[in-house]
Design a protein around this ligand. Structure first.
Ligand SMILES: Nc1ncnc2c1ncn2[C@@H]1O[C@H](COP(=O)(O)OP(=O)(O)OP(=O)(O)O)[C@@H](O)[C@H]1O
Ligand SMILES: [Mg+2]
Length: 270
């Protein structure tokens, strides 16, 4: 379990996180949403120990990560998989070498065993015949898959994904979102995803945390978001008139005021 307790983080004069507390739900997709610059990446980097908060605690199994000794930190780190904003694959390494990298770092397994594991995770993200390709030869969606494969190769308990959909078309984004969700459920991982993609929110948002000006402004599920009355959240999520109308329609459907299975052709003709 990951518990964030009142963390603050700033750079010079600028406060980015101003007292954030949240419990990440185990075995679920926890989504952090918020405008560009609201501190999602800083928050994620703090959770994985790449940044040290000025105040507050990041607790794994009720112990503050930043108070652990090096040995204990290493143990937690091995349980964390991360996909950085923009995939961050090593350009000079092949797909196979990229995915094998964490195994080389953290295990003393034989090459054959490592290769077997690499092929297992590549298969899981539905990538075939790409072992010897370099990142530059892959499409954006394929790069994300390689990134996900690398993030899960050590069988993590915790998976952190920063903007999985940046630069992808809506359909490919959905495929990647679903993959993240499937993997989360299948391996019972506690997953944290940073996103500002509305489709992700609705598809995979078991638990959504909305960040605004360094604080947690709202939290709830993708079901609750439709009915939420938080003005800042609604401004952020349902930014266009089109989406505001869609929200209204969904509310009418969910409260039974209009029929979910209505025949639009018939309605329009009649
Ligand atoms: N190492 C750093 N030094 C100084 N300022 C930083 C540093 N890292 C982040 N910031 C500042 O913190 C703020 C939040 O940045 P962050 O990258 O977390 O935003 P974000 O919500 O992830 O945005 P995006 O949606 O564009 O990825 C920004 O104002 C940024 O300039
Ligand atoms: Mg970011």
């Amino acid at each position: 379990m990951i518990e964030v307790k009142n963390i603050k983080k700033g750079f010079g004069e600028r406060t980015v996180l101003n007292g954030v507390s949240v419990t990440m739900q185990a075995g679920k997709c926890n989504l952090i949403i918020g405008a560009s610059g609201s501190g999602k990446t800083v928050f994620m980097k703090s959770m994985v120990g790449l940044l040290v908060p000025d105040e507050g605690e990041i607790c794994y199994n009720e112990k503050d990560f930043n108070k652990l000794n090096n040995e204990e930190k290493k143990e937690i780190r091995q349980q964390i998989g991360m996909l950085f904003q923009g995939s961050a694959l090593f350009d000079s390494l092949t797909v196979e070498q990229n995915v094998m990298f964490p195994l080389n770092m953290f295990t003393k397994d034989t090459y054959a065993k490592k290769l077997k594991r690499v092929n297992e995770v590549l298969e899981r993200v539905k990538l075939k015949d790409v072992n010897r390709k370099f990142p530059a030869e892959l499409s954006g969606g394929m790069k994300k898959r390689v990134g996900i494969a690398r993030a899960i190769v050590l069988n993590p308990k915790y998976l952190f994904v920063d903007e999985p959909n940046s630069g992808l078309d809506p359909q490919t984004s959905l495929v990647i979102d679903k993959l993240v969700k499937e993997i989360t459920t299948e391996y019972d991982i506690t997953t944290v995803v940073n996103t500002h993609d509305m489709n992700s929110v609705m598809e995979i948002g078991d638990h959504i945390i909305f960040m605004f000006q360094g604080k947690k402004e709202w939290e709830g599920s993708n079901k609750e978001i439709i009915f939420n009355k938080n003005e800042r959240l609604n401004e952020f999520i349902f930014a266009s008139d089109f989406l505001k109308d869609a929200k209204d329609m969904r509310m009418l459907e969910q409260t039974g005021k209009i029929n979910n299975d209505r025949d639009m052709d018939k309605l329009l003709k009649g």
